[in-house]
Design a protein around this ligand. Structure first.
Ligand SMILES: C[S@@+](CC[C@H](N)C(=O)[O-])C[C@H]1O[C@@H](n2cnc3c(N)ncnc32)[C@H](O)[C@@H]1O
Length: 375
């Protein structure tokens, strides 16, 4: 748990810590040194627990690769790098009009008490003021055709919307149905987050065909000739490639047995970032995340052949980001996104079946071509 008093605002870094603690399977396994820094703890880990951590030795090495900014810089100086610094100090030094896609997952406006550490929720006006204090500086760093996504929960959402409307054209609000949430006795369980979408101008990238979802067809209607109506029959089942909406129900929060999982308390799923990045940028574009945490945005940008950089105040999380970026050199897979298509939750078996059947066909190595999904 991390608490830092930055610019007189006490920041809550752990809106979804509860979900993370659900991930720690405690009683099963040998001890491992799970986290360094102020929170060194010996934790039990389950045999299949793939949670990525950074050792003290690794942190020492990674630190030599962090950069920080103290004067105006060129894009080349930050591309591919992790900036280990307070975003509020650093944003001013970023190159003007350089960011094609800005993805922001800031600390949410929440009060929490964890052991001895108390995190104070601010009034919604104070929170909006804090957001605006750095967002107003980053606006000029976005390219004229650039897009912005900002993640938040319902308690932070109105402040985020107000600040975005002040500076940009707000285009949509995506609601992500998270599969976990903490039950409450006197309130509805919170099981969703918002992601606001805004652009700098009316000219912006939106690759709708890159983010359609493969769904199993429940009602296989046929036209008057008996042919499938907007779905395809395959030897592994019937599927429809459906249009992406602003209500996302197909994304799981990373958990302990997933290779992408880290010990960051509020890590975003790679699949979620893949959707944002594929829809709102092209290969080679520059993607930036000023509160990058465990580096999910940067890692997915790298896997999808975009340029990237991000800021994170905490050294451990910067090291985690670098470790994940190194791993992305070896493994570019993104869970839930396979062969150029997004899949519904719990569809791994179907994905594998389709992959296998398509690869079996001589001369056809790409089932997108075989089933012609994109046309
Ligand atoms: C909600 S988390 C982002 C998680 C990230 N999306 C991921 O997938 O891992 C917010 C992050 O902002 C960092 N942070 C908070 N205040 C900051 C500041 N002033 N400058 C830079 N980073 C900051 C925290 O350490 C935390 O890792």
């Amino acid at each position: 748990m991390v608490s830092k008093n930055i610019h007189n605002y006490e920041i809550d870094f752990a809106p979804t810590k509860d979900e993370k603690s659900e991930k720690n399977i405690s009683d099963l396994m040998p001890l491992s040194n799970n986290k360094i820094g102020g929170e060194a703890k010996m934790k039990h880990t389950a045999p299949r627990n793939r949670t990525l951590t950074v050792s003290e030795e690794e942190l020492k090495k990674m630190k030599t690769r962090f950069i920080n900014l103290n004067k105006q810089c060129m894009l080349d100086a930050i591309k591919g790098n992790v900036i280990c610094q307070d975003a509020l100090e650093c944003i001013q030094f970023l190159p003007e009009k350089s960011i094609d896609l800005l993805i922001i997952d800031p600390p949410y406006n929440m009060y929490k008490k964890f052991n001895e550490v108390t995190f104070n929720k601010k009034t919604i006006d104070e929170y909006a003021e804090w957001i605006d204090s750095w967002f107003s500086q980053i606006v000029s760093k976005i390219s004229l055709t650039g897009s912005v996504y900002v993640c938040c929960d319902w308690q932070s959402s109105s402040a985020i919307e107000t600040v975005l409307r002040k500076h940009l054209i707000v285009r949509n609000r995506i609601t992500w149905e998270r599969d976990k949430g903490r039950g409450a006795k006197t309130n509805w369980k919170n099981c969703s987050e918002d992601i606001w979408f805004a652009t700098k101008s009316n000219k912006y990238v939106f690759n709708v065909d890159k983010v359609k979802i493969m769904r199993k067809v429940i009602a296989p209607y046929r036209d008057e000739n008996g042919d499938p109506k907007d779905w395809k029959e395959t030897n592994t089942g019937n599927y429809r490639l459906s249009h992406p909406s602003n209500f996302w129900t197909d994304i799981t929060i990373p958990f302990w047995s997933m290779p992408e999982n880290t010990d960051h308390p509020t890590q975003k799923p790679e699949k979620l970032l893949a959707k944002l990045i594929l829809a709102s940028s092209n290969e080679g574009d520059f993607v930036f995340d000023p509160f990058c945490g465990s580096g999910s945005t940067l890692v997915v940008a790298k896997k999808l052949n975009r340029e990237f950089s991000g800021i994170e105040i905490d050294e451990y999380y910067c090291a985690l980001t670098l470790k994940r970026l190194d791993l992305a050199d070896i493994d570019k897979s993104i869970q839930g996104y396979s062969e150029g298509l997004f899949w519904e939750r719990n569809s791994l078996t179907e994905q594998q079946k389709i992959k296998l059947s398509s690869r079996k066909q001589k001369g056809i190595d790409n089932y997108e071509i075989e089933f012609d999904w994109h046309h």
